[in-house]
Ligand binder design. Structure first.
Ligand code: HDE
Length: 682
């Protein structure tokens, strides 16, 4: 019998899945002989209630779905491992950080926030970046995002934020989009959202690939060593492929070209053995440094710039195995920020404190049982034991009489069950005093200084993208008072930002919003810009090649070899997939032109005889193919026969455009300088 992927599944005969060439059975193991026809009274007669095979199959199907996550419903998962590269026993007693080379298995899930499980992959949205480490001391879930700050400071505002951004309550739209009245109404009333908003309006919210996103733990956590010494810590994931983004028009068109653009990209890369990797880095600091900062480290709407507390890389995550089953390993995967291992602890960040409740609670609603920890993907890979018993879908069979602790059953020679261990997790002791109150600390009050620092840290091109994103989103807002209030907040962040967005909307400038805490100048941080760190590489990138009957096979092979030598992949496209007759051989295209628009690629090339190019130029899809690539600032390669297609599309040559020779080098870049000439950005 084929082995099911999880040991626990094969633990009881009743749980064993039969697949492959094995006999088909009911869920109760009864083999049956016909899976095509229901039991009827005569071949054309009515179906009989007696048909337990039909009833069981339809009954199971009727109940296949579980509630999707209230946020982060759409996600992609991959298995992998964490390797400790720089142990930190001086800072934390967590065993996964104890030895160089120590490996810990893990699963990662990347998600969009606002859309439903079946929504698109490339909307403008924050991305979830959640990792479950199956450590030898239990599961540690680092449930972060690809943006290092969050919209709100206190968990009590989370339901309001999510209600405002999700589809509107009466009309049920828009799906997976923040460009609508209720979102901007809410955020414009909540100055604390300004920092995350400016990140969300920047290119950070339209990542090129899940493999090319930074990740952040967002909150300040604590590391505790075995002497009980504490440090504050912020966790960062840095992609080995570099951080890369799409541009807005491209991400919008991708929603039509491939709803699953990100999920497919991750799955295909791993399947091809191109395993994405991230460095795990920490920013470690103590109370004294925290006290010296002009913002509060317990406020999740603030970052600590890398220039103030540098990043120290302590390990590497590699994703090396695709899920076997989407439902079992993605839908049923349950993250809990409350899962920390000895050596890691929480800070008093009020957002984090609220999360500690919410995730445990939501899993009961989604997975239907308090025993969701027994689902294979959620179960720790180390032994676990306690006196929690029973409940819906209990699949374990605890032995003995001891279901309470303490007990003295061992004195009667019986198994007394587990006991608390001195070296187990112990909350770091902390003196607390204060009146019971619903106040918010004044130290959380400054809503504008860090958004200003972010704005000032972007390149001119990134600023234009960000201002244009505000213009786009606010152009979809039908309530003028909301637009005006939002403009006043943008002017409070930076007068240029407020003015540019107002101009982009065709409105007069609006005075800065009044605030007790006007923006201070915190300087700039280059680490905040994507473009300043953009890697010149073909690794993980795809070049689309358009060819047709009669193209020169040797030229295609040469280009393919050049692209692959730089770590990229070549995807071939033709008007018909073929196999097509070429000069020097035959070839089947990977895709058809009509279904493979150039948004799917990081750069494009064309190899064709002039007569074929003349024919293809009459196809609107061909002209759109090159003009979109040009508008999306991509490198373009052509041969003597295909230059005419660029001319027909009205493409002015620049340094990104040239013969196929040299494309492998040019394709490592995006051509930001091209943009002002072809797009009216704010
Ligand atoms: Fe979440 N969040 N969140 N969140 N969150 C959920 O848990 C919640 C917050 C994040 O791939 C839910 O299992 C509250 C910050 C990710 O399965 C829910 C608050 C950050 C994921 C929930 C926050 C996140 C979730 C929905 C404010 C970044 C997807 C389903 C206090 C640090 C995990 C679920 C996955 C999912 C609650 C704020 C990240 C409802 C109450 C800040 C990556 O429990």
């Amino acid at each position: 019998m084929t082995q099911a992927p999880y040991e626990t599944r094969t633990g009881h005969a009743g749980e064993t899945q039969q697949i492959g060439g094995d006999p088909l059975t009911t869920n109760h193991g009864i083999p049956f002989s016909d899976n095509q026809n229901s039991l009827k009274a005569g071949a054309r007669g009515p179906t009989l209630l007696e048909d337990f095979l039909l009833r069981e199959k339809i009954f199971h199907f009727d109940h296949e779905r579980i509630p999707e996550r209230i946020v982060h419903a759409r996600g992609s998962v991959a298995h992998g491992e964490f390797e400790c590269t720089d142990p930190i026993p001086d800072l934390s007693r967590a065993k996964l950080f104890s030895k160089k080379g120590k490996k810990t298995p893990l699963i990662a899930r990347f998600s969009t926030v606002a859309g439903g499980a079946g929504s698109v992959d490339t909307p403008r949205d924050v991305r979830g970046f959640a990792v479950k480490f199956y450590t030898e001391e239990g599961n540690w879930d680092l449930v972060g995002n690809n943006i290092p700050v969050f919209f709100i400071q206190d968990a009590i505002k989370f339901p309001d934020l999510i209600h405002a951004v999700k589809m509107e309550a009466d009309r049920g739209y828009p799906q997976a989009a923040s460009a609508h009245d209720t979102f901007w109404d809410f955020v414009s009333l909540m100055p604390e959202t300004m920092h995350t908003l400016i990140w969300a309006m920047s290119d950070r919210a339209i990542p090129r690939s899940l493999r090319m996103m930074e990740g952040f733990g967002v909150h300040t956590f604590k590391l505790v060593n075995d002497q009980g010494r504490e440090h504050f810590v912020k966790f960062h994931w840095r992609p080995r492929l570099g951080t890369q983004s799409l541009i807005w028009d491209e991400s919008a068109k991708l929603q039509g070209a491939d709803n699953d653009f990100h999920r497919r990209d991750l799955f295909e890369a791993i399947a091809a053995g191109d395993h994405p990797a991230w460095d795990l880095a920490v920013q470690v600091f103590d109370q004294e440094l925290a006290d010296s900062l002009p913002y509060d480290v317990l406020d999740a709407t603030k970052i600590i710039p890398e220039e103030v507390v540098p990043l120290r890389v302590i390990g590497k995550m590699t994703l090396n195995r695709n899920p076997d089953n989407h439902f079992a390993e993605n839908e049923q995967l349950a993250f809990l920020p409350s899962n920390v291992v000895p050596g890691i602890d929480f800070s008093d960040d009020p957002l984090l404190q609220g999360r500690l409740f919410s995730y445990l609670d939501t899993q009961k609603s989604r997975l239907g049982t308090t025993n969701f920890h027994q689902i294979p993907v959620n179960a720790p890979k180390c032994p676990y034991a306690n006196m929690m018993r029973d409940g819906m879908m209990q699949t374990q069979v605890p032995k003995g009489r001891a279901n309470y602790e303490p007990n003295s059953l061992d004195q009667a020679g019986e198994d007394p069950g587990p006991r608390a261990q001195a070296q187990g997790f112990a909350t770091a002791p902390q003196q607390i005093s204060g009146a019971k109150t619903r106040d918010r600390s004044e130290s959380f009050g400054d809503a504008y200084s860090q958004p200003r620092m972010y704005w000032n840290s972007l390149t001119a091109n990134e600023q234009a993208h960000t201002a244009s994103a505000y213009v786009f989103e606010l152009s979809k807002v039908s309530l003028p008072h909301v637009v005006e209030r939002m403009l006043s907040r943008l002017s409070a962040i930076h007068p240029d930002l407020g003015r540019r967005v107002a101009e982009g909307l065709g409105l007069p400038p609006v005075k800065p919003a009044e605030t007790k805490f006007p923006a201070r100048n915190l300087g700039t941080s280059d680490a905040l810009s994507i473009q300043k760190k953009w890697p010149a590489t073909l690794k993980g990138r795809r070049v689309g090649l358009l060819f047709a009957e009669g193209s020169d096979k040797a030229s295609i092979d040469k280009l393919k070899a050049e692209i692959e030598a730089e770590g990229g992949t070549l995807f071939t496209i033709a008007p018909k997939v073929g196999p097509l007759k070429l000069k020097g051989g035959e070839m089947k295209a990977d895709g058809q032109l009509a279904g493979s628009p150039s948004v799917l690629f990081d750069a494009i090339a064309m190899i064709m005889m002039p007569d074929q190019a003349d024919k293809l130029m009459k196809d609107a899809a061909c002209i759109a193919w090159v003009s979109d690539a040009f508008a999306h600032l991509k490198a373009i390669g052509h041969c003597p026969g295909t230059k005419r297609i660029l001319d027909k599309a009205g493409i002015e040559p620049d340094e990104g455009i040239g013969p196929n020779e040299g494309l492998a080098e040019r394709a490592k870049h995006r051509y930001w300088d091209r943009e002002p000439g072809l797009r009216d950005l704010a």
